[in-house]
Design a protein around this ligand. Sequence first.
Ligand code: SAM
Length: 206
Amino acid sequence: MLSSKGFDLWADKYDESVDLSDDEGSYPFAGYKKILNEIYNSILNKSYKNILDIGFGTGTLISKLYNHDCKIYGQDFSKKMIEISQAKMPNAKLFYGDISNGLVNPLKKYKYDAIVATYSLHHISDKKKIIFLKNLLKKLNNGGCIYIGDIAFETRDLHNKCMNEFGDEWDKDEIYFVVNELLPFFPNLHFKKISECSGLITIKKE
Ligand SMILES: C[S@@+](CC[C@H](N)C(=O)[O-])C[C@H]1O[C@@H](n2cnc3c(N)ncnc32)[C@H](O)[C@@H]1O
């Protein structure tokens, strides 16, 4: 699993390497721009204003929302990623903290219209994902939504098929979403497949 230091070292070249993988349409980032665009458009269409980003990285998605007058909050454990994002969004409330320990205290004080997590939750175990997502649901305003854009598969068979296809390229330290294993915990969960290896998971708070 990449450490916070690993992400610090990747930060300057992050956007470039993600674009390359997306443009090639290959694992791990095939569908990246499409996923971020879907989330961006949905948030603007619903006029959501208070947005929390979990593992915001270089702030690609939230800096666009920031420029549409959304109030931006976030948590990440890479000091370099925080520095890059804070420079793009001087008034955003961005905090340092490991998501495997949950939300940092300052972010627990607020409620959000949308909580986004793109390509970040695969860094925590499935058990921790469920606990974290349940806690995040409590932080949503009524009518709000959690958006998870990530490497994700409808079933374990499809996950394993992709894993076999990509062989040595497959990162065995990362724990990808298997939607039908998550559904029993989140009845309001919806999944939209975006590429062979990615999708958009939404969980609404009615
Ligand atoms: C692959 S990047 C995704 C960045 C951004 N969300 C995007 O879609 O481009 C993963 C991000 O999650 C952060 N991250 C990974 N594991 C984390 C953890 N345990 N706690 C907090 N942040 C974490 C990394 O520092 C990095 O910024």
